[in-house]
Write a protein that binds this ligand. Sequence first.
Ligand code: SF4
Length: 267
Amino acid sequence: MVPFLNPALKAFSESIGAGRVLVEVWIRPLASGFELRHRDDVDRPVESLESVFTGDLRRISRTTPAGSFRPNKAAPGLQRGWNCRIQSLAELGIAIDHLYPGGIPDWYAAWQGNPPVTGFREFAARQTGLYRITTLLPGPLANRTIRACCSARFCLRRRLWTAPDLEPDGAAEKSDLPCLEPCALLLDLARRAMKLAQEEKITLPLAAGDLAVLVTALDRALDAGPAGGREGNTSDPANPRRLQLLLENLRGQLPTDAANTEEATKQ
Ligand code: SF4
C-alpha cells in the first residue's frame, strides 16, 4: 500500500529547496531527513549548539530567552542555541507544529491562493460574554488596535485578514507564515481598547512639541524591548501591546508638522 502523504507537508517540503527560513527557523535538507536551528545560528558550528529532540522544540518555543511565557509562538525572540535533526517528513510536520502551531496548514492554505480569512468585524460579531463589547469598537480605534497588536514588534505572522479601511500586511513586512483570523491576544486587546474608550477622560494641556516627545519616548522604549509587563495580560499598564496601542492613539493626535518631525527623528 502506498503510504498517505499529507499534501500540505509535501508542498512545504518542496518549498525548502537547499534551505529556507520559516519565521525565525532555518530548515535545510540532509541526505536523510532535515536539520532545524534558529536562523541567526546558521553560521555557528554545530558543536556549539545544544542538540535537541523534536519533542524539545515545544519547550523551546514556550518561553523567551529570559524565561517568560510566550503566549504567541510567532512572536519575535525565539530562543537560540539549539539544533534539531529529524528523520522524516512526518517528523518535520510535528517539529514545525511545536514551533508554530497550525503553521503548515495555514502556510498551505495561503500557498494555494485565496485562503479562507475571517475579518475583524466578522470575528467580533461571533463573540459572546466578556468579548461581545468588541463589536462596539469604532472603526479608527479598531484599526489602531489591530496595528498595535499585530505590529512586527510582537508578531511575525503576516496578517491576511482585514478590517474596514485596513489593508493586510505587506508581503515583505514579516514572514510567509500567514494569519488567517484574529487571535486571542488581538481579541483581548480589542476588549481592553473598548473599555479604555468608555472610561471618563481627563484633559491634559500639552504642547504639540511635548506630545511629539512622548510619542518618540514610547517608540524608543518599545524598540528597547519588553518593559517587564506580561505579554498576555492587558490589565497591566506595562503590557507591551498596551504601550503600542497608546503610541498608535497618540500618533493619531499629532499635528501633521509634529508627525513629520517624529518621522524624521526615527530616520
Ligand atoms: S491576530 Fe495579529 S497578533 Fe494575532 S497571530 Fe494574527 S497577526 Fe499575530
